[in-house]
Design a protein around this ligand. Structure first.
Ligand SMILES: NC(=O)c1ccc[n+]([C@@H]2O[C@H](COP(=O)([O-])OP(=O)(O)OC[C@H]3O[C@@H](n4cnc5c(N)ncnc54)[C@H](OP(=O)(O)O)[C@@H]3O)[C@@H](O)[C@H]2O)c1
Length: 311
């Protein structure tokens, strides 16, 4: 593996970082991947904030949230995915990182959506929601804002473009985890200047591989993977089953490491963002970003192993 210094010398000579594979450049032993549009490196495992994270945020457990952030940052992770729609997550997470002085170490990804289901968004309310995200975090710049669930893109995405042009948001995009929205997402990926998309992908949920992930590679769009455990679906599936011994060759000794190494090993994927409310789970998840990732044959074996378990 190259040192950081060797890597920088090499990319200066080559003039570009974009073509280098994931494992070339690791921070603190954590594998990183380049954001396709800029080459900025991100650790391949981060932290999501719906599900259990949002439950502890809802209980205003600032100390609990801070300990999950510390576990992420101390172990080489940086990417945090949140949304105004995740109950108290964005607000309490912002308080936790501010009070602990951790704010500037986090790659902060939030979302925009003021449209009701199938309804249109009021532009004034949309701008106000983005400003609220800024106030909560207290930073001049937010790293990434995505339109949540491709909702009223005609109104909401141009607002994100304005914020990006004003230099206040670094990257913009959209998300979905609903299969009926994939066709609309594909068209948008062809038409709009996305830096990122967020999509569901897991060892037992491979739909994104068909067209979305190849298109992201073709268009140079970064990918955040959501639902890498299918919330609780994969946990239910493997209950009572040991992680296969052959997975230890990959450095995967827990089920979380198995699932995350799988999701992160698709070449289109930039960062996988599982949610957790527990520091020891955060450390477990970041362990998946160390060592090596499965090759094509090993990925096939992982899919087959899970598919063979009783549903
Ligand atoms: N449309 C969208 O934009 C969209 C939709 C869905 C999700 N997302 C994003 O994607 C993130 C991930 O999705 P998710 O949170 O719904 O589901 P997930 O990441 O698939 O699953 C989280 C579940 O796994 C558990 N867990 C986490 N790490 C573990 C470990 N090492 N060992 C055992 N259990 C572990 C968590 O419980 P513990 O707290 O006990 O660890 C929680 O129950 C979300 O938080 C959100 O940021 C975005």
């Amino acid at each position: 593996m190259l040192t950081r210094r060797e890597y920088l010398a090499l990319t200066a000579q080559a003039g570009a970082a974009l073509a280098l594979p994931a494992s070339v450049f690791a921070q603190g032993g954590v594998i990183t991947r380049p954001i396709p549009k800029t080459g900025e490196q991100l650790p391949i495992v981060g932290l999501g904030s719906s599900a259990t994270f949002s439950q502890i945020a809802g209980a205003a457990d600032v100390e609990g949230i801070r300990s999950v952030f510390s576990a992420m940052l101390d172990n080489g992770g940086t990417v945090f995915d949140t949304a105004p729609g995740y109950g108290a997550s964005e607000e309490v997470a912002a308080r936790a990182v501010n009070e602990a002085g951790l704010r500037d170490r986090v790659f902060w990804a939030t979302k925009l959506n003021v449209a009701g289901r199938g309804a249109s968004a009021d532009p004034a309310r949309a701008r106000e929601q983005v400003e609220t995200s800024f106030k909560r975090l207290g930073r001049d710049k937010i790293d990434l804002i995505q339109v949540h669930n491709v909702a009223d893109m005609a109104t909401q995405f141009p607002i994100l473009e304005e914020f990006k042009q004003a230099g206040r948001v670094r990257y913009i995009g959209t998300t979905t985890t609903f299969k009926p929205q994939y066709t609309a997402l594909e068209q948008l990926m062809r038409d709009e200047p996305f830096d990122f998309i967020g999509i569901d992908y897991a060892v037992d949920n491979l739909g994104a591989e068909e067209r979305i992930l190849p298109l992201a590679q073709e268009r140079g769009i970064g990918v955040l993977v959501y639902l890498p455990f299918g919330r609780t679906r994969l946990w239910d599936r493997v209950e009572g089953h040991a992680v296969p011994e052959w997975a230890a060759e990959l450095g995967a000794t827990t089920w979380a490491q198995f699932f995350l190494k799988f999701a992160a090993s698709h070449p289109a994927v930039t960062v996988v963002t599982p949610a957790t409310s527990k520091p020891h789970h955060m450390i477990d998840n970041l362990t998946a970003a160390k060592g090596r990732l499965p090759d094509e044959a090993e990925r096939r074996r992982m899919i087959d192993f899970i598919a063979a378990l009783p549903a």
